[in-house]
Design a protein. Sequence first.
Length: 195
Amino acid sequence: MITTTRPEAYPTTLTETFLIDNEDEIQAAWTMYLDAFGDLAELAMQRHVMHPHEFRDVLTDTRIRKYRVVGPDGQLHGLGAFTNNLPAVPLVSPAFFRRNWPDQFAADQCWHVLFLATSRTGRFTNPAAFRDIIVAMFRQAAGGVVGLDVCTYNAEVRRLPQTVRVLLARTVGPVPAAQVDAQHFWVYDCRGGAV
């Protein structure tokens, strides 16, 4: 378990745990998760927002590391889920990692970020929380590879891959990154009677 405290404009504590099973913590995490990702339900064709039972399963699955950033009053500012136990992530293909990074796969150094949520509204918005969690994840994965699933909206509008690359360059040093897979969703409009 890691614990770090940040004594600056946003005094927070980052902790790593494998189990979150306290009902109040789960509810606070769910509320923040929806605040961070709820809009994707309308912006991405493939579902990117977990159902409550799926979210609870992630929090209670001890194969998955959870990184929490909390304020001095215990209020949750950020939460991330991260694992090198790829079978714990239903839509991730361990075979893809084994084929492309065989040495890292054999050493259990293929990682996947399930999500990283920070509060975007209210008085608990904390820009340092995202940075602190992503840096902790990448330090854990030193010597390995990290996969991150990013929908088109987060890639093109929020520019998430570039944001992560800049944060890492400023904190842990340059980390090469490349898009390794893509999925395209098409809609065929049959309303005009042509069918």
